[in-house]
Design a protein around this ligand. Structure first.
Ligand code: FE2
Ligand code: FE2
Length: 247
């Protein structure tokens, strides 16, 4: 049966009324849908400063009658994220989680480097992805989500902090053709590209929208409404994405 997945990214919760209102707006929208998604994917920059109180707010906001699957972004802080959002011990290592959603598996991966904006897949994360995809096997279609896109998007802001050292990711995709798509955030713009022959879908941000260089010299459109993506994964492993804004 086809899966319906929603994706939100880049809440940047900072304790302001603005960030709270925008997060509530998109979550209320999803919670009120006539048909609930099979899962919601949240691809990082949940908090703006990585502060425990920002994750306390996130824990409340991200409550839904469907599974909410998260990965961290460069604005997140692993210890507070683990302790407050996940209710786990405050350990500093990468936060990688695999979730079975219907007939598929969704890998929520930690592509962050503490203290840096650019991303990479640490050796332990590469090994975890490889072992997880091997364990589920080629019969289970897989989606891999992480924060920083593995490709340039033609804007200096995201392109200056995209995922580096992508050879390992290309090797993983070659070894595991059941990976249907890569789902990311970080760029604050709804975008679609290709990496190693696999679709890359970049979710729009909840906080603000990136203006491209040919649109404006001011990159941050704070008046644009928060965006979201809906992904439909067909039984024949075809992913179709619909982008929305929530006014
Ligand atoms: Fe962000
Ligand atoms: Fe980011």
């Amino acid at each position: 049966m086809a899966l319906l997945l929603a994706q939100l990214s880049d809440f940047h919760l900072d304790g302001t009324a603005r960030s709270t209102e925008r997060a509530l707006r998109v979550m209320d929208h999803l919670r009120a849908l006539p048909t609930a998604p099979d899962a919601l994917l949240v691809t990082g920059d949940i908090a703006d400063h990585g502060a425990p109180e920002e994750y306390r707010e996130a824990a409340g906001l991200l409550t839904a009658p469907f599974p909410v699957l998260c990965c961290p972004g460069n604005h997140d802080e692993r210890r507070a994220y683990r302790e407050v959002l996940l209710g786990e011990a405050a350990e500093p290592g990468p936060i990688n989680r695999a979730h079975r959603v219907g007939d598929a598996v969704v890998l929520m991966c930690d592509a962050t480097i503490p203290g840096r904006n650019e991303g990479w897949l640490a050796p332990e994360t590469v090994s975890w992805i490889d072992a997880t995809l091997t364990a589920f096997g080629p019969g289970v279609p897989a989606l891999i989500a992480f924060h920083q896109p593995p490709v340039a998007l033609h804007h200096p802001l995201p392109d200056g902090s995209c995922l580096g050292d992508t050879e390992e990711l290309a090797e993983l995709l070659a070894a595991h053709p059941q990976v249907v798509a890569l789902l990311t955030g970080h760029a604050h713009t709804a975008a679609v590209s290709l990496f190693a022959g696999v679709p890359v879908v970049v979710a729009p941000a909840v906080t603000w929208t990136l203006r491209m260089p040919w649109e404006s010299d001011d990159p941050a459109d704070r008046a644009a409404p928060p965006g979201l993506a809906f992904h439909v994964l067909d039984d024949d492993r075809r992913l179709t994405t619909h982008f929305r804004v929530v006014s």
